[in-house]
Design a protein around this ligand. Sequence first.
Ligand code: ZN
Length: 365
Amino acid sequence: QLSIHAREIVMMYADIHCWMLRIFSWETQKNFGFLRGRQADLLEERKFFMAEPLFLKAQMHDKIWGGTKLRDEFGYDIPTETTGEYWAISAHPNGVSIVDNGTYKGEGLDKLYREHKELFGSPKSEVFPLLTKILDANDWLSVQVHPDDAYALEHEGELGKTECWYVIAADEDSEIIYGHNAKSKEELAEMIEAGKWDDLLTKVPVKAGDFFYVPSGTMHAIGKGILILETQQSSDTTYRVYDFDRRDAAGNLRDLHIKQSIDVLTIGEPANSTPVTVDVDNLSSSLLVSNEFFAVYKWVVSGAVNFTQTAPYLLVSVLSGQGSLTVDNRVYNLKKGDHFILPNDVKSWQLNGDLEIIASHPNEK
Ligand code: ZN
């Protein structure tokens, strides 16, 4: 056992070494065996490791409505020719992202969040609260609705789902379903049961760059020919209202959830958000939405931009362009399709190049 005094001296000694060793990469240090035993433990305790971004490797999901744009547009190695979803930043059990660089390389984001809460600002939330996906809608997704937290926790044992969409690309004349025309729950139930879809569902034309806020309870469907980045609560509960009477490859209809849908659908127009844009030097920053669950930003970077961390941590997705990220004097190349987290110990960073980015952070209750 070290006395407190002796421990402090070792800490100082460790600090000096820490600075000396910064010129070596961590790999080199390991290979040379510079750090051993107690000293290494102390260094680790003091977060000797340089602050690092967490680049992530994603899980992909085959979908009846999926296509090949995740490969064609982003170069991802898709598993099937009908790949619909790329779970870019996720700790949800149905598709956990894996850290692809640095100290935590190979670890799942779920485990990292459980065991290293300090990387996320020591939040109260027991589960990583957000999920970032890219969706390739080669055909219409089902018309659907998601429950709020209270309903989802009671009936599904997980969070509800409020989501939002940034349209990356859209074929000409693309549309989404966003809201419905029923004036009461009774009318809603009647129209659903009678299958009056044309009268009930509200279609809205979309183009690249559009943004839609989709709170839980909103009737919605992403239309054919649309590629979107979705920021959402970490949840996989969907109540399907209508699936265009489609059959899958095996000839089966997908399940509908009419009762649950009528329970959770809200009456009235969807509450879309109004983005607010600020231009400073080489950055155009738009706050797309901020609610009780998350805030989402679009950044257009042209040149060098310095940032300081004001959120507990940030989720970052590069949608186009190329450039670099500098953290703690280390430079990371960035390209379209990269996704990473800037954890709590990254207090400042620089982006450089021509980049279009969607960034988000949780808003803890
Ligand atoms: Zn949805």
